[in-house]
Each structure stands twice: as structure tokens, then as C-alpha cells.
Design a binder for this molecule. Sequence first.
Ligand code: ADP
Ligand code: MG
Length: 359
Amino acid sequence: PSAVPLIRFEKVVKKFGDFTAVDDVSLDIHQREFFSLLGPSGCGKTTLMRMLAGFEQPTSGRILLAGQDLAGTPPYRRPVNMMFQSYALFPHMTVEQNVGFGLKQDGLPKPEIADRVKEMLKLVKLEPFATRKPHQLSGGQRQRVALARSLAKRPKVLLLDEPLGALDKKLREETQFELMDLQMELGLTFLIVTHDQEEAMTVSDRIGVMNHGKLVQVATPGDIYEQPNCRYVADFIGNINLFEGTVAGSGGGEVRISGEDPAGDFVAASDAGLEAGAKVTLAVRPEKMRISIEAPPADARNVLKGEVWDIAYMGDWTVVLVKIDGSEKVVRVSRANMTRTEAQPIAWDDRVHVWFAPD
Ligand code: ADP
Ligand code: MG
């Protein structure tokens, strides 16, 4: 990343009346980055994006592009293009007319428009459909027309607001890879808004997780998953087991926790200097948990006993839900971590041990 970020949000606040939609967001996005804003519906993602595009003004704070304050620059003069949630194609225009619309408005000469439109249709693999109208296209094709139209003006930054929301799962996954290819090929900066955590994990260089107008964590997909900085992020991204407890003591890089639900004692690696009596939550990903019918290895720590409550086949992986003794607590364990023998596969109602390492 260069010294001056391409986009800088500086303490940006947006209020609608006395409702705060975007709450003190500071964020740098670098050139050629594929950045996702991720969060549940209503958390302020679109509003943040609309301020960058110039359709809304911040109540306070600044937005800079390559070091220049954007305040006072109208949307059409910003090197930014936004593709909307509904693609908003003109129904009476053909595909090529839709793609060339913005260029025509800008007064580009006709031959140049024709060339650019051709190039864009090639890019999104829609050349054979140039003379069709939107209603003669599938959802995925309409999405690509909208994409071609957004790219035709060669923006520095492409803003995509839930661009794949209307597509079915398989097409959405294909299109995610196409978007990544396109972004690399064009060397553009992409900012995408999504509420789909898998989508954000797949396409992004970095993710900003939002909640109630606040940006709660900004990190790579790997770090968001492995090092969530709060319970909200841990719980929002993927599956996770949460154990509530109280710090009993600490030392040697480990903290001892007496658990509340299920009753049991835990040990976690931590340098956080937690004081005895502090309320804590331990969060463990399913694939970090081990499971077996036989007694666990002698050096196993954080061992819980329970019974298999359900086995959920998710296609390429499987989750075992284990009801822990003495509570309704269900923990999720990936099947990859099952210790099995031919004679004794883990099945419903089996008594099992589950455990996980302090780190
Ligand atoms: P997201 O894109 O994350 O779903 P939005 O940015 O669209 O969320 O909206 C954030 C909050 O701001 C929502 O509660 C929404 O109702 C509110 N909001 C958005 N735009 C306006 C507006 N023009 N007037 C009043 N409230 C708005
Ligand atoms: Mg939105």
C-alpha cells in the first residue's frame, strides 16, 4: 500500500434526524484493494458507500480520495461508480445501449462509445447478447450488463452494493470468482457491500465488519476468522462455540477459567493479564475441537463429556452437535476431527469426549 490511501474515511458520522446510521467510522482503503463492508441489514453499509459516491453528505467527518477532501465534489465528478442493489437497467434499451448510456451522456464521440461498449461486453462475456433487451436476459446476465455499464466510464473505484444478492447460490459463487478476476485484470479498487459472510470471505483482501453504524473490526478474512476482536465478530462469521466463565487465575501465559455453562474448568492461552473474577467468553471454532468415543490422550486439556445430539451433513464437511453433560449446551465439532475406528464410527446418542487445546 502507498503512503496516501486511495480512500480515507475520517471520523465519518451520518445522522438521519436523531438516528445515527454511520457512527464515527475511520477507514483507509488502498489502491487495487478488494474491500468488503460486511454486516447485518440496516447496519449502515449502503449509507457509508453512498457518502463515498456523493449521494449523501456526512453529518460530520471527512472523506478523502487520494488525499483530496471530496466535500463539495458532486457525484458525477468523483472517479467512483456505484452499481446498485437493483441493477436499474433501462428496460426499453438494448444491452449495448444500456452499457453505453453514461458515455453518451458524457458526450463521447460515437465511434469511441462503440469501441468501449464492445470492450466491456467482451469483458463480461456478453458479446452475443448486445442487441437484446433486459427482459430477454437471465438474472446473471442482467447483473453482468450492470457491471459492464458501471465499468464503462473507467472509474478508479467501483462500488458494488449487494451486487450478487439476486442470483442463486451457484451462479453467485461463479460470479464471485469472475468479479475477482475482473478486479485483478483491470487493476481497479473494488468496494463491495454484503451481508453474506461467505461472500466477503471469498472475494476480499480485507473486510470491515459493521454493527449498528460502527466499524467493529477491519482485517483480512483469515484474521477476522481466527482473531475476531469481539464476541459480535466471532459469532457473526462462521460457526463458533462460546463458553461463558469467570477468570479463576492466570500465569505462565495461560488463564484458568471456571465455566458457567457447562460447568467445567477451562484453560486458555492468553497474555491479556486478565484479573481473577473477570467475566470472560471463550470462543472455539468447531474445527479446533477434537472428539472421540475412547478416552482422550493423557495430555488432552479442556475435556468435556457429552453425547452426540445430531450429525449434520453439510456436503463437503460435517458438523457433530454434542450435548454436554448437565446442560443443554450443544457444541459443534467438525467431522475431520473425529477419532474413529472401523468398528466404532461416531453415531447419534454415543457418549463422547470433546476437547480443545488452550491456544
Ligand atoms: P445497510 O445497507 O447496512 O442495510 P443502510 O445504510 O441502508 O443499511 O441503512 C442504515 C440505517 O439508516 C437503517 O436503519 C436505515 O433505515 C437508515 N436510513 C438509511 N437511509 C435513510 C434515509 N434517507 N432516511 C432515514 N433513515 C435512513
Ligand atoms: Mg444496504
